[in-house]
Design a protein around this ligand. Structure first.
Ligand code: ASP
Length: 310
């Protein structure tokens, strides 16, 4: 049997040891553990990498701790606009949604775009119409209300400031979420979901739902889910850049992800990190920020749940 593995993230940023209470840190670790282990069970039972990443991301979306689904940040209008993507590395099928609101699990809508439409990327009103046609029920704004997020927004509301989780210097709830997995058949997949940045406006879209940027999977190379300063990750075409270094330069997963996160994206001032797997079940989780919520488990290697640079 081939090595199977999963890695998940809950966002990268200014996560400094000691700034968070022990109780809150334990909550984060537990949420990461539950999502990772649930995804891993899917793989262990012979399920597909695509199912595993969707299940793991859904659980992270359901937690108020992360900036995705339930815990999404506020826009300049006081609403929540979410982005998500999923990609199957075996077929290169992909689905993505952007600027959606009221959807409990954006990653599942992205999956439906992949499985039930001819298209790859649906945005805004059209994406909401697609969800309605499929019978999705909408959650009320109360479901997405979170006091910490609200206060983050109040601090910069009515200004031209957009706040990335990554630049917050105090205890806070950070975190775009993502998962990558390699199943028992050596097929790989990636999924990413986010509420974007606090006080965003003008229909701002980050890297997370963009195929090849914040999310990508190709059995030939790697499955990648990113988190970081979206505008820079878009310019760096990060996820596909990792894949290209592996495909065209023959770099290993570890070398390609290190090169992109510690050199190429830093050269253009991008801060953040990514999680990645290849079809041999290898895992990489590099970041150039102070921390990244992350967890991984493999049928071969040791398991990990970490927040800071260790
Ligand atoms: N990359 C996300 C965005 O720019 C934010 C994040 O990863 O926290 O929308």
């Amino acid at each position: 049997m081939k090595t199977y593995s999963i890695a998940i993230h809950g966002g990268a940023g200014t996560l400094v040891k000691g700034l968070m209470t022990e109780a809150l840190e334990a909550e984060y670790r537990n949420a990461l553990k539950v999502a990772r282990d649930t995804g891993f069970e899917v793989l262990k039972n012979g399920g597909s990498a695509t199912d595993a990443v969707e299940v793991a991301v859904k659980l992270l979306e359901d937690s108020p701790l992360f900036n995705a689904g339930k815990g999404s940040v506020f826009t300049a209008e006081g609403t929540h606009e979410m982005d998500a993507a999923i990609m199957d590395g075996e077929t290169l099928n992909a689905g993505a949604v952007s600027l959606i609101t009221g959807i409990k699990n954006p990653v599942s809508l992205a999956r439906d775009v992949m499985d039930k439409s001819y298209h790859v990327f649906l945005a805004g009103e059209g994406a909401m119409k697609f969800a309605n046609d499929l019978g999705y029920e909408l959650e009320s704004p109360d479901y997405f209300y979170d006091e910490v997020r609200y206060q983050q927004w109040q601090g910069i509301k009515d200004s031209d400031t957009f706040q990335l989780d990554h630049s917050v210097k105090k205890e806070g709830k950070f975190g775009t979420v993502g998962a990558v997995a390699c199943d028992q058949n050596g097929n790989i997949a990636a999924a990413t979901s986010t509420g974007g940045m606090t006080n965003k406006k003008w229909g701002r879209v980050g890297d997370s739902p963009m195929i090849g940027v914040g999310n990508y999977a190709n059995n030939k190379t790697c499955a990648v889910s990113c988190t970081g300063s979206g505008e820079f990750f878009i310019r760096g075409v990060v996820a596909y850049d990792v894949s290209c270094l592996m495909e065209h330069k023959g770099l290993s997963l570890e070398a390609a992800t290190e090169e992109v996160i510690h050199h190429r994206i830093l050269e253009i001032n991008g801060d953040g990190g990514l999680i990645a797997v290849d079809s041999d079940g290898n895992i990489a989780m590099p970041f150039n920020t102070e921390g990244m919520y992350r967890a991984s488990k493999s049928s071969k290697e040791k398991e990990e749940i970490s927040i800071y640079k260790d």
